[in-house]
Design a binder for this molecule. Structure first.
Ligand SMILES: [Fe+2]
Ligand SMILES: [Fe+2]
Length: 331
């Protein structure tokens, strides 16, 4: 795939098809879509729907020098589901060129972001905002074309979709609240939104059992270990050329207005505004998702819980978050 929209064609019968890189079809997987080759201007069925792709398939394509394979446009949703299922493997497959892995990440992320928009935001509000998120994701994908960044993304996704989905959810809210915050310029907003996407990357360094344990039941040792995840996150990203605002978001996303947060206990004016937004959106997005120890809060319940902790959050930013959500008619 290229940086632009995937190339599409129509065959003689008017059927639409789009091109993908043959690298994205992994050996020992199956897709609910057929794969076609284009030979002498004609489309030839290469693998039928449901057929298992094999190493021989991949080797043959590479021996033939095939750079694009074709999928029917009406199978787009099935191809997206296939990508989503296999994205962890694709990202960590070093035989796939980095640009193509980053592109696959972009496809999956945009698809997931779209789903978040459809389930949380009405059409009228979402079109403009979604375009903005799409361009943020596009920028991130360009930036993630390094082996180190791809390795981190693969870790984030290999913990299952939950952590990544939460990152995307916090990114969408953060970008929307910062959009309504004239104190923050577009570059800082973009860097903080990227930090929102990656904020919990340090959790990938902790045992899964700990990350899924009811916080009320953690031992003091477990609590200390858990509270190390923002620092672990910054360490994990140390090889990536991240902007300071991105690193701030990762390191300080559990700080609170009254200084009761971690890892540093920074308070009030010492916390940059873009970080406060990430911290607030993180709590909201965390609450509206189910956790292994409790069901999901409704948007109303989540906002009420945040409001009841008045000293923990900046009330003006909470007002802006409520406005973003109220616009979206989900409260
Ligand atoms: Fe966190
Ligand atoms: Fe989080």
């Amino acid at each position: 795939m290229s940086d632009s929209q995937p190339e599409t064609i129509r065959d003689a019968s008017g059927r639409g098809l789009f091109a993908i890189s043959p690298h994205l079809i992994l050996p020992e997987t199956q897709g609910r879509f057929s794969v076609y080759l284009r030979q002498d201007g004609k489309l030839v069925l290469y693998a039928a729907r449901g057929e298992t792709f094999t190493i021989a398939h991949r080797e043959r394509l590479s021996a033939m020098g095939v750079r694009q394979i074709w999928i029917e446009s009406e199978d787009r949703a099935d191809f997206d589901a296939y990508l989503r299922k296999n994205i962890g493997r694709i990202l960590s497959d070093e035989t796939i060129p980095e640009a193509e892995r980053a592109e696959a990440w972009f496809e999956v992320s945009t698809d997931l972001a779209q789903e978040i928009f459809v389930s949380h935001l009405p059409r009228s509000v979402s079109i403009k905002r979604f375009a903005k998120i799409e361009s943020l994701l596009r920028e991130s994908a360009g930036f993630f074309r390094t082996p180190e960044a791809l390795r981190e993304l693969s870790r984030l996704l290999s913990k299952g979709f939950k952590l990544f989905h939460h990152g995307l959810g916090v990114m969408i809210l953060t970008a929307s609240v910062l959009d309504a915050s004239p104190e923050v310029g577009p570059e800082v907003a973009a860097a903080a939104s990227l930090g929102a996407l990656l904020h919990d990357i340090g959790l990938t360094r902790l045992p899964q059992a700990l990350t899924e344990k009811n916080p009320q039941q953690r031992t003091p040792e477990e609590e200390a270990l858990f509270r190390g995840h923002p620092t672990l996150g910054v360490a994990a990203c140390s090889a990536l050329p991240l902007a300071p605002e991105t690193l701030h978001a990762i390191l300080f996303h559990h700080e609170r207005e009254d200084g009761s947060g971690y890892p540093t206990g920074l308070a009030g004016r010492d916390i940059p505004l873009h970080v406060k937004v990430v911290a607030l959106c993180n709590v909201y997005d965390g609450l509206i998702r189910p956790a292994p120890w409790r069901p999901a809060f409704s948007p109303y319940e989540a906002l009420s819980a945040i409001k009841s902790d008045r000293r923990g959050f900046d009330l003006e930013l909470l007002r802006r978050l409520i406005l973003v959500l109220a616009n979206a008619k989900i409260t």
